[in-house]
Design a protein around this ligand. Structure first.
Ligand SMILES: Cc1cc2nc3c(=O)[nH]c(=O)nc-3n(C[C@H](O)[C@H](O)[C@H](O)COP(=O)(O)OP(=O)(O)OC[C@H]3O[C@@H](n4cnc5c(N)ncnc54)[C@H](O)[C@@H]3O)c2cc1C
Length: 473
């Protein structure tokens, strides 16, 4: 450890980036202040993102499986939804987790200030406390971890509870009869899945030709097929021209080559068209920090901004806007501040879409390889050949490995199917450890599990998968 570990640092924003940074800084012996307007650490992820959405998706999955159970000889009557109880259960999960983070923060002797921070200069923050009072506090280093917020399209802005963003949708004020989700990205699809399970007739509109733009199409296909069954409609290549409130709901006008019905009324509309970085921090202009074109704060591989005393991490510095990326950046920034030789240069950041089925990928994607004109070999294992998938009655999945044709190294992994989000970590490890097709094929996987599909994909690469017959040519 170097002398830099005695520094006094402030972390602005206590999301998964900010609190991970603050906790490590305290563990390394620094004197740490963590500032956020919420009562406890957690940020968007815990209060209005990852955690509440997954709590609701768990309920959605249960409802869905209860319906499906009649195929297996078990019949339940239709569920009765107690929205107030559902809400309080979800809130309970959030409170337990954020309260736990508050405890961990106290145990580490971190000064947690509930309030908002503004910059006076590169080392001084003006902090307004939630319970009143303002003070100027000076630090050796400051870490900006202010995250992001839902993007707003001005023409789709209506001041009515019928127009929701992800935050208000997670509040589940009620179960509307109809809901239009604007945006076919992961947040819209996850929340659409929740409402559909609760009994809402959900439609999704996406201006691009496919759901989840950015993900490989073969991974999205099984999800698309299933969502066609649970959603009322999926409108692709379609934009929303206007929204207008009337007595029965929101009248929406659509535009696009495939549009059949130009206007339709929905009880509620969820706008989920991406997120914007919170880089408009008051007083930031009094520092040397530079903000790039899309609003992301510019940083180097040590997460240091153009102002040597200020670091920035998480959603506010760029894509992918994911909690685990924010946490790892937070830890890297603090190590860099402590004088350790580090850089944030991951080979694989996993992305998980927690729909049903789940989609998860990491490392190189086929889409990216194509764009870069890079030679790859792809090995796919269909879940129809997986015993475990069969026992779950969920054979629509697929596991694929992307290899470098010469070295046979694993460059990317993509999985669609139940539990894909849990399985993708093996892919991350394989990529980070430079595993080859042989390494994966020779690693004994437990039977019967879905994880075997990763091992068998590597066998497919050699044309010798036990459960996939490939005729000799
Ligand atoms: C509905 C939804 C579902 C999601 N699901 C997932 C998921 O399953 N997995 C995943 O990896 N990611 C998910 N995300 C994304 C994830 O929440 C973010 O990537 C993550 O929270 C980013 O962490 P962060 O530390 O950068 O900032 P944030 O979590 O955004 O936290 C920033 C904090 O800074 C505070 N702040 C801002 N400005 C100031 C200021 N001036 N002074 C003091 N405090 C300030 C904010 O109030 C906030 O509390 C989801 C997001 C949403 C909206």
């Amino acid at each position: 450890m170097t002398d830099d570990s005695n520094l006094k640092i402030a972390v602005v924003g206590a999301g998964p980036g900010g609190y991970a940074a603050a906790f490590l800084a305290a563990d390394l012996g620094m004197k740490v202040t963590l500032i956020d307007q919420e009562l406890n650490p957690g940020g968007v992820c815990l209060y209005r993102g990852c955690i509440p959405s997954k709590a609701l998706l768990h309920v959605a999955k249960l409802i869905d499986e209860a319906h499906q159970a009649k195929n297996w000889g078990v019949e339940y009557s239709d569920p009765k939804i107690d929205v107030a109880r559902l809400r309080s259960w979800k809130q309970g999960v959030v409170q337990k987790l954020t309260g736990g983070l508050g405890q961990l923060s106290k145990q580490r002797k971190i000064e947690y200030i509930q309030g908002r921070a503004a910059f006076e200069n590169s080392s001084t923050l003006r902090v307004s406390r939630a319970n009143g009072g303002e003070e100027s506090l000076t630090y050796d280093r400051i870490v900006i971890a202010t995250g992001s917020r839902p993007a707003v399209i001005p023409s789709l802005k209506l001041d009515t509870p019928r127009m929701m963003n992800s935050t208000s949708a997670l509040d589940v004020a009620d179960v509307p009869k109809t809901l239009l989700v604007i945006g076919g990205g992961y947040i819209g699809l996850e929340l659409g899945t929740v409402y559909a399970a609760l009994g809402t007739r959900v439609s999704v509109v996406e201006m691009l030709p496919g759901l989840l733009p950015g993900a490989d199409r073969d991974l999205v296909l099984p999800l698309h097929k299933r969502t066609e069954k649970i959603f009322d409609s999926i409108l692709l290549n379609t934009t929303v021209k206007s929204v207008k409130e009337e007595s029965g709901g929101i009248r929406v006008t659509f535009d696009g080559p495939e549009v059949k019905e130009r206007e339709k009324v929905f009880e509620k509309v969820l706008v989920s068209v991406g997120r914007k970085p919170n880089s408009e921090i008051p007083g930031l202009e009094k520092t040397q920090v530079k903000v790039g074109q899309r609003g992301f704060i510019q940083v180097n591989h040590q997460l240091q901004t153009d102002d040597s005393a200020i670091y920035a991490i998480g959603d506010v510095v760029g894509e992918p806007m994911l909690a685990h990326k924010a946490s790892h950046e937070g830890r890297t920034a603090v190590e860099a501040i402590a004088g350790h030789k580090v850089a944030f240069e991951p080979n694989a950041i996993p992305a998980v879409v927690f729909t049903d089925p789940e989609i998860a990928w990491c490392g190189l994607t086929e889409t990216q390889a194509q764009k870069e004109g890079r030679e790859i070999k792809v090995a796919r294992f269909p879940w129809a050949a997986s015993g475990r998938a069969m026992t779950l009655d969920r054979t629509e999945g697929v596991t694929k490995l992307i290899f470098d044709p010469e070295s046979e190294r694993v460059l990317g992994v993509g999985i669609t199917g139940v539990g894909a989000g849990e399985m993708i970590s093996e892919g991350v490890l394989a990529i980070e450890m430079a595993a080859t097709a042989t390494d994966v094929a020779l690693s004994i996987h437990p039977h019967p599990t879905l994880s075997e599909t990763i091992m068998e994909s590597a066998e497919v690469f050699f044309g010798t998968s036990t459960h996939v017959y490939r005729p000799k040519r």
